[in-house]
Design a protein around this ligand. Structure first.
Ligand SMILES: Cc1cc2nc3c(=O)[nH]c(=O)nc-3n(C[C@H](O)[C@H](O)[C@H](O)COP(=O)(O)OP(=O)(O)OC[C@H]3O[C@@H](n4cnc5c(N)ncnc54)[C@H](O)[C@@H]3O)c2cc1C
Length: 332
């Protein structure tokens, strides 16, 4: 039987949402292809429990590579393990989350090694006459296009939040199959010997994973103005993002730039403050479930894309909102 294989990582305490999303995508694709099983490849250290959790969340079978060296994952090791397992199991499709490690470093190199067709940043797919058509945004999100990948195996990366994790079903049964392999075989000749936190490491959730993002643009006026967005993010448990000018002026680290040349995000709520809504910015934020725009210019393009628009100077809206949220929190 052919299969769709989802590439997943986990830690001893948790499974990232991206792993559950990619398993949900694999399950959906397997069902559409018909007679195909949804498999997962799980890498991590002391993650056997998480392998069973992946079955509850939709996998039929999990190939488990559980090794102390995988507590912190190196690109080369993830690539070597993925190649080994894919060559052994010969799935029809390999799915990766579209993140830095899997989508950025592992998937393209695996596709090259396998001479497989790859489609990146997919938000969906359709199956027609047993052929998969991969859906992904093009022209900075202005249009969507279907792609066909060639080769005996197809590789695809799945955009964050394009698929909802399936709820855990404790009655689901599946097999966890430990893979007999030593990941250290794939250790690269150049290795990270120490990880140093940079000044950019901030409190709160990461931009990739946050359910709420508060994002600011040139309209915030200054670094001090931008600080108000950090206060708002803190009370909401949100991450902070920014437009190109905000990043260029140093109000927000470049790693928090949202847009075509920055991060592509899809939170449940994207609050855009003092951002005009240029195509290049919205290419990164346009997939958010709900977009709230606060802008003093009623003709700002962002109002065409926002679900909720507030025409006002942010100074009149954000500080009172923070005050209200703080009071609500202090009242429990
Ligand atoms: C190749 C290329 C790639 C690019 N990639 C990106 C990218 O990845 N991300 C990105 O963001 N940009 C990108 N850009 C830049 C992009 O085209 C825009 O210039 C940029 O997004 C504009 O940022 P902004 O909305 O913060 O600023 P502006 O366009 O200057 O808008 C500021 C807004 O703030 C409003 N405002 C001003 N004062 C207030 C106030 N007190 N209260 C409320 N509202 C106020 C104004 O009405 C205005 O709408 C790229 C450009 C190019 C050419």
């Amino acid at each position: 039987m052919t299969s769709v294989l989802a590439f997943c990582t986990a830690t001893v305490t948790s499974i990232p949402r991206s792993a559950l999303e990619v398993v949900a995508a694999a399950r959906s694709l397997a069902q559409q292809l018909g007679g195909v099983s949804a498999q997962a490849l799980l890498l991590g250290a002391r993650v056997e429990q998480q392998a069973y959790a992946l079955i509850q969340h939709g996998a039929d079978e999990v190939f488990l590579v559980d090794h102390p060296s995988l507590a912190s994952l190196e690109d080369e090791v993830a690539l070597g393990v993925a190649e080994y397992v894919v060559r052994q199991m010969t799935p029809q499709v390999v799915l990766f989350p579209h993140d830095d490690l899997a989508g950025g470093h592992v998937a393209p190199r695996l596709a090259y090694r396998l001479k497989a067709g790859i489609v990146t940043d997919c938000t969906g797919f359709a199956v027609q006459d047993h052929e998969i058509r991969w859906l992904r945004p093009v022209y900075g999100g202005k249009a969507m296009a279907y792609f066909r990948a060639q080769g005996p195996i197809q590789v695809a990366t799945v955009r964050s939040r394009a698929f909802e994790p399936l709820p855990a079903d404790p009655s689901r049964r599946g097999e966890v199959r430990p893979v007999d392999i030593n990941p250290e075989t794939f250790l690269p000749t150049v290795r990270a010997v120490e990880r140093v936190e940079t000044a950019e490491v901030e409190e709160g959730p990461s931009l990739d994973r946050a359910e709420i993002i508060v994002s600011g643009g040139r309209g915030m006026g200054s670094a001090e103005g931008f600080q108000v967005l950090h206060d708002l993010a803190r009370v909401l448990g949100a991450a902070v993002g920014g437009s190109r000018p905000a990043a260029d002026m140093g109000w927000v680290p470049h790693s928090h730039l949202v847009g075509q040349t920055g991060k592509i995000v899809a939170p449940k709520l994207y609050i855009a403050v003092g951002i005009s809504g240029a195509t290049q910015h919205m290419a990164g934020a346009g997939s958010s479930k709900t977009i709230v725009a606060i802008n003093k210019d009623p003709d700002a393009p962002i109002f065409k894309l926002a679900h909720i628009g507030v025409v006002s100077e942010w100074e009149k809206v954000i500080p009172p909102l923070i005050q209200i949220f703080r009071e609500m929190r202090s009242q429990g």
